[in-house]
Design a binder for this molecule. Sequence first.
Ligand code: TA6
Length: 280
Amino acid sequence: MSTEKFLPVEFCKGNNGLDKVVLRESRGSSAEATFKPPKAIRGGIPICFPQFASLGSLESHGFARNRFWSIDTDPPAFPTNSSSKAYIDLILRPSEEDLKIWPHSFEFRLRVALTPGGDLMLISRVRNTSTDGKPFSFTFAYHTYFSVSDISEVRVEGLETLDYLDNLQNKERFTEQGDAITFESEVDKIYLSTPTKIAILDHEKKRTFVIRKDGLPDAVVWNPWDKKAKAMADFGDDEYKHMLCVEAAAVEKPITLKPGEEWKGRLELSGVPSSYCSGQ
Ligand code: TA6
């Protein structure tokens, strides 16, 4: 374990012995998380790749979120637009087992960075490294869990009047009517062709999360509500009241890469007091 507590990046052992990387901006510290492989943590930002949900033959949300990623010690230059030194580069390549269920050779590079202003930035880069001349297609999402004070007081802005596929109605296509999205029952929707900025207004905490994204046209909004919450073994019965997933995604139109081609998807999250954010 590193004792250099004030470095922006710290490598240490988690409470279950797994290697852990802590990113630190000088004004904050990281919460402890417990995690038990091989299942993804219910929380944070699981990476859904190469399949979103059950849209193909793979396990739900693909295998990337259930794999150990390596630290990428020699990443190619990342266009971060940020002077942050608090970042870590991770890489995932398919194992023999992965190639049996998804026979495509790829490199998935992920940069996770904290900006000096306290924002979180994730940049994913997927490259087709196959030598067989064949393209592959995938769907993707940053399955981001937000902590909110009271889901019935939350509003999501930026998705009004857009078309969406409703997962609760056989993925039928509808058009969102009216104002900002509010919540009073289970929601599982894929909004299509969404703007690059979406806001989650948490009134009780008087805080607004701002999501900025590139290369990710869709946005999934999910809250399991009471019945589904009870059915999930790794989710508290009442936790649905204090969470919301808003996921920058590429779902409706899968991304196709020819050998040698690369795709990039960027997510930036900031959480600022509502009064500060309004009008921006
Ligand atoms: O992103 C929304 C969703 O696909 C929902 O349908 C819901 O099942 C959720 O993800 C969680 O999926 P998981 O496989 O993590 O239980």
